[in-house]
Design a protein around this ligand. Structure first.
Ligand code: XMP
Length: 518
């Protein structure tokens, strides 16, 4: 793998993704990993990430010079660049010439390993207070900026490279090209990491882990659990049983998408538990959002646990191999964020599907734990998972239960489902599915307003459209959906859904608003 050494500022994951985009497998390791252990992973190249600290700060992470003498190609970025300069005997100083943000850089050699085929002047993303003052002996300076005379260096002999900026962020206009040049020309990698190529490996690994025993998997209808299930099914066939809890809070067509389309496409053995009555009963009379969330979460776990027990019991009484494994759709960012990148012991188990029954001891199968979301989608397509699932936008676990402001009832759910279906149809027809992160439709069930339809007065409910654009749901902006599309949605909803006589648009960013209303 290409190892990305994390100096601790969230850049490492992004770098790892960029490396994957260049079709090379990458893994994030902490800077505290001893050089010996790091080299034992047999890295094809090492990238040193940026970091929050100044190399002068007390306790600032250092770079072990041995890593630079191991014959492995190394590329230092930002903090990694400075740490590399120091370790090689160069000097770093607080020059007072800090640079932050987009900065013009001058390439001194457009035929060098990193810069071949690129313009002399490029815009790069900087974030540094210290600068490399003197390049280490043997390193050729290949780029410069006003605040960092030594902004890039290279040594083809030892295969050591570095730049002061952040090539991994999109604001560095040739960043990806610099990275690709390092991987292909500096490290000689050919780039064989593609979703198509990894499916076979992942399937083989799952087969090895599960052997002839049995596994269960909770399906939510979302991308991660669906792709994980499809992969495990490909590996061990009907030794896998999937459980889909229908809490009755799904959108129109979603249960069918899982029960019919997903099963047809993947051959997964599926047990659906129709628990809508139970959820509605538990939610009766409840309007408080937090209380609704708690109830839905609690009921979900109970239903899933019971189903798991039933399946385990069935196979036990049939004398089958015991159900030993629980499949989870954990992704690489979760693994890295919980310290898993270090191979350390503090990997938290992610309870994607509502938690493990405590008295059922399962071993986790996490076939996607090395993949980023976009790779999971590619793997899903490769496995024939329906596109409607592969490209599904995020949908909250508590479902429509937290999109009805007021008490959740069967009738209200039907109204919301009908309105939501129209909005989704029109947004899809307008080709906006990828641009929009998600578009909750919210029923203000406790609000009524006067309207007029035909010759009569109406006294109906408003629905809110909440289209948002986002990269990670932590922040979001409201999407500027074209007026014609909004007009069509509004006309159709008020025509087709009798109880709704007003459609309003939420134009609040996050923060201060959240994406969901409850
Ligand atoms: P908020 O409303 O906090 O939502 O801005 C951020 C993202 O998380 C989704 N969301 C949930 N997803 N279970 C989930 O699996 C939940 O309880 C839940 N609540 C919110 C929301 O749809 C958005 O994508």
């Amino acid at each position: 793998p290409v190892l990305v050494v994390d100096f601790g500022a969230q850049y490492a994951q992004l770098i790892a993704r960029r490396v994957r985009e260049a079709s090379c497998f990458s893994e994030v390791v902490p800077h505290t990993m001893p050089t010996e252990e790091l080299l034992a992973k047999d890295p094809s190249a090492v990238i040193l990430s940026g970091g929050p600290s100044s190399v002068y700060e007390e306790g600032a992470p250092r770079l072990d010079p041995a890593l630079l003498q191991a014959g492995v190609p190394v590329f230092g970025m930002c903090y990694g660049f400075q740490a590399m300069a120091l370790a090689l005997g160069g000097s770093v100083a607080r020059t007072g010439l800090s640079e932050f943000g987009a900065t013009p850089a001058t390439v001194l050699d457009t035929d060098s390993t990193l810069f071949r085929g690129q313009p002399t002047e490029q815009s790069v993303w900087m974030s540094h207070g210290d600068s490399v003052e003197e390049a280490p002996a043997g390193m050729r300076v290949t780029a410069t900026t006003a605040g960092a005379p030594v902004a890039g260096f290279e040594d083809d002999e030892r295969r050591l490279y570095g730049v002061q900026w952040h090539p991994e962020v999109m604001h560095s206009t040739f960043g990806q090209r610099v990275l690709e040049n390092f991987l292909a020309r500096g490290a000689g990698l050919t780039g064989e990491w593609t979703a198509a190529n990894v499916v076979d490996e992942l399937v083989a690994a799952v087969r090895e882990q599960i052997g002839d025993r049995r596994a269960i998997c909770g399906l939510s209808g979302g991308v991660d659990s669906s792709v994980a299930a499809a992969l495990v099914q490909r590996a061990v066939g009907d030794q896998l049983t999937c459980v889909f809890v229908d809490h009755g809070l799904l959108r129109a067509g979603e249960a069918e998408q899982v029960e019919r389309d997903f099963v047809a496409a993947t051959g997964v053995d599926l047990v659906t538990v129709d628990a809508s009555e139970r959820f509605l009963r538990a939610l009766a009379g409840v309007s408080d959002p937090e209380e609704k969330r708690k109830i839905i979460g609690r009921e979900f776990i109970r239903v899933f646990e019971q189903a798991a027990r039933d399946i385990v019991g069935e196979h036990a009484s049939a004398g089958d191999h015991p159900v030993e494994f629980l499949v989870q759709g954990t992704l690489y960012p979760d693994v890295v964020e919980s310290g898993g990148g270090s191979g350390a012991a503090n990997i938290k188990s992610h309870h994607n599907v509502g938690g493990l029954p405590e008295d059922l001891q399962f071993t986790l199968v996490e076939p996607l734990r090395l993949l980023f979301k976009d790779e999971v989608r590619q793997v899903g397509l490769e496995l024939g998972v329906p596109e409607g699932i592969v490209w599904r936008q995020p949908f909250p676990g508590p479902g429509l239960g937290i999109r009805i402001v007021g008490e959740v009832t069967r009738e209200r759910l039907e109204v919301l489902r009908a309105a939501d279906r129209v909005a989704r149809e029109e947004l899809s027809a307008a080709g906006l599915d990828r641009e929009i992160w998600q578009c909750p439709v919210v029923l203000l069930a406790d609000v009524r307003s006067v309207g007029v339809q035909g010759d009569g007065r109406t006294y109906g409910h408003p629905v809110v459209l909440r289209p948002v654009s986002s990269e990670d749901a932590m922040t979001a902006d409201w999407t500027r959906v074209p007026y014609e599309v909004l007009a069509r949605i509004s006309t159709r909803i008020t025509n087709e859904v009798r109880e709704v006589n007003r459609v309003v648009l939420d134009v609040t960013s996050k923060p201060p608003g959240t994406i969901e209303w409850e």
